[in-house]
Design a protein around this ligand. Structure first.
Ligand code: SF4
Length: 404
């Protein structure tokens, strides 16, 4: 029987990015079925072709391989990010190539004999067990040998399509704009462990760096005393940013006094904060018509909702996925109402609200001890002029019972 010889070219795509699989392709031309004129001259290093041209050649190669008398044979192999993390990219790359070779060998008709296996790069990979002969590594082979160029186009286009399918799930990473290499934008986006996805290669240094960072948390603060325990308990676990937003507090000198108490806690604990606007008019419009409803009733729901909404908006604008509020700490607040309003605002922005009952397990007593120790001002009415214990004109503000 007459024997014909084929050369198999092998290349890979996705060795350098920080996510998703490495993809290898092996490709050979059928000596018994000529390819269309002009195909060889269009085969170049896949990276030197525009995405549009590359995709056009990809479809042409796939069509030629799918015809009744194929003029092209190819095989594809992949290794996912989990295997890459387990065995390292060099071995995973070899395994993807071995899988691609295994597929192409199955496709080659019996009369074709492999007389060369050429691999892009200088890794010196060998696949004797799969192809029965020694492979040759060729540096820049994808620009010199049509079989390697074709393999590189198949591997790169196929991998790009996988990334395109995956990228819309994680728009903050902008994966579609850097399929081939890690870029600063991607590193910046991995500012928090919560941004690392299942498809990231967790053995890669930029991903490891992101995982070792503390997750960010935006903490809405309603007053200094209520901030003490949450800040102490959360700051070791989270990269904490406090947000003072309490336009419900009246009059202005009382607002300033509470704000100073909060700033003192931040200074003692060494945590940064953002000071929100004193939107009294917005607050009054929020509770209009409900001013004389009882505390913990509808007026207070609106008041919580406004402050939690602003916190969620700020978290979203800063790219912080989690937020919570110290409103949880006061025994005078309705915990379950607060949790449901926090969750509602989180859901509307695809964020997470941390439902932590800071006042439980001795939290309230710890905050009292802390404020005594550090001389932190404790208020004795909730905040607005409609609070049940708001001091009447001319009345002395009673010392004693604290209202947060
Ligand atoms: S009583 Fe307190 S929680 Fe209720 S609306 Fe006034 S400031 Fe807000």
């Amino acid at each position: 029987m007459k024997r014909n010889y084929v050369k198999i070219g092998v290349d890979e795509a996705g060795r350098w990015p920080w996510f998703w699989p490495v993809v290898a392709a092996a490709l050979a031309f059928n000596p018994n079925s000529p390819v269309p004129e002009g195909l060889f001259s269009s085969l170049k290093d896949s990276k030197a072709l525009s995405p549009k041209v590359r995709e056009g050649i990809f479809h042409q190669l796939v069509a030629l391989a799918s015809s009744e008398n194929p003029s092209v044979f190819f095989g594809v192999g992949t290794c996912d990010n989990f295997l890459i993390d387990e065995i390292g990219i060099k071995k995973a790359n070899r395994e993807a190539m071995r899988r691609a070779l295994e597929e192409i060998v199955r496709k080659l008709p019996g009369e074709l004999e492999i007389n060369a296996v050429v691999i892009d790069g200088n890794d010196g990979y060998q696949f004797q067990e799969t192809v029965g002969r020694e492979a040759v590594s060729v540096v820049r082979g994808d620009a010199k040998i049509p079989e390697i160029s074709g393999a590189s186009i198949i591997a790169k286009t196929f991998r790009d399509k996988l990334v395109d399918a995956y990228a819309p799930l994680y728009p903050h990473l902008g994966l579609e704009t850097h399929k081939g290499y890690g870029v600063k934008k991607h590193a910046d986006a991995l500012c928090d462990p919560s941004k690392v996805t299942w498809a990231h290669r967790k053995s890669y240094a930029p991903v490891q760096a992101a995982l070792s960072r503390k997750p960010k948390l935006l903490l809405h603060v309603c007053c200094g005393p209520d901030a003490t325990v949450p800040i102490m308990d959360l700051k070791d676990q989270y990269d904490l940013l406090c947000f003072w937003y309490d336009p419900n507090i009246q009059p202005k000198d009382e607002y300033d006094r509470r704000l100073e108490a909060f700033k003192k806690v931040c200074e003692i604990e060494g945590v940064p904060f953002i000071e929100g606007d004193y939107d009294v008019a917005e607050f009054l419009s929020e509770i209009r018509g409900l001013e004389h409803t009882p505390e913990k009733g509808e007026k207070c729901s609106k008041c919580y909702d406004m402050r939690l909404r602003k916190t969620a908006e700020l978290a979203e604008s800063l790219g912080i996925r989690r937020f919570s509020s110290t409103l949880n700490n006061s025994p005078h607040k309705d915990l379950s109402k607060m949790f449901s309003l926090g969750e509602k605002n989180a859901l509307e922005r695809n964020l997470e609200f941390l439902k932590i009952a800071f006042r439980k397990n001795g939290g309230f007593d710890r905050s009292v001890q802390y404020t005594k120790k550090h001389g932190i001002y404790r208020q004795n009415y909730c905040g607005c002029v409609f609070s049940e214990t708001f001091p009447k004109p001319g009345a002395e503000i009673p010392e004693g019972e604290w209202r947060g």
